[in-house]
Design a protein around this ligand. Sequence first.
Ligand code: HEM
Length: 281
Amino acid sequence: MPRLPAPPLPKVLQPKPKRPGQVPEKLSPTETAIEGAVTVVDWIDERTSLSGGLRWMLFRKVPKGINWFYTLGSATMFAFLSQAVTGVFLAMYYKPDPDSAYSSIQNITEELTLGWLVRGMHKWGSTVMVVLIFLHMARTFFFGAYKYPRELNWIIGVVLLILTMTMSFTGYLLPFDQRSYWATIVGVNINGTGPLVGPYLSDFLRAGPEFGATTLSRFYAIHMLLIPGAIIALIGAHLYLVVKLGTTAPPWMRADRKPKESRSEPVDAIANGAGGNGSAP
Ligand code: HEM
């Protein structure tokens, strides 16, 4: 993979030139705070070399012609982050048992400071995330980004899509009102009609043959522990592959005319826009 020149250090990190015999200047409180923060970052970096990884991730070539559609993946990620943050606050007050689930949600919405806002953000945020993930998938599909060598990233994306839909499904039951209760029974029954694994999946979701008190705690555990954990791990793998393979150029960009020998370049070089697919930077 061709190496990019190291980006210049931000101004705040650049050491000020010192002349021989110069008396050290007195720093203002803000400068002292900045120096302190820089020292802490330096201390961590010296022991972990994390800045190398960050530079690898953030300073990379992108092809000509990229546009706003390329922000849909990041937008989906931020929607997920917002769901994670608001979900943590909701979990502090939500009670996952059939007798108190509904009243705990009422308490969040009507009594707690800004509870209505946090709950509203989480509820509407789930719809936003679903819309964004479909738009992002459509972008990668219509731009041909699922083709070699990015098939694995497409497959990871499909699993992320299924997990996101399962998040919506399991979250829908949690308010435990009439609508969410009956809608979830319908959803679980539809699952049960699936071939081979369908009935087992339904039993797993219901936590037994009947819809009962443990169904709610099972949905809650799946919703706030199992799936978010899997989504975080898969987003990590997804982004690793995006950085490793580079971004696909828009299909209307023409490939640079190259001498014949460049056609036999290794995958890394092709993925980084040196040939094929018009992704030359
Ligand atoms: C939680 C869900 C997801 C997140 C957070 C996410 C995030 C991202 C980000 C940040 C990028 C790089 C920027 C961009 O191209 O937009 C990307 C690229 C990509 N994503 Fe996703 N994604 C998700 C779901 C999906 C789904 C459902 C698919 C398809 C089934 C998919 C397939 C791809 C592919 C193939 C690329 C490479 C695009 C290229 O090389 O041009 N992703 N994703």
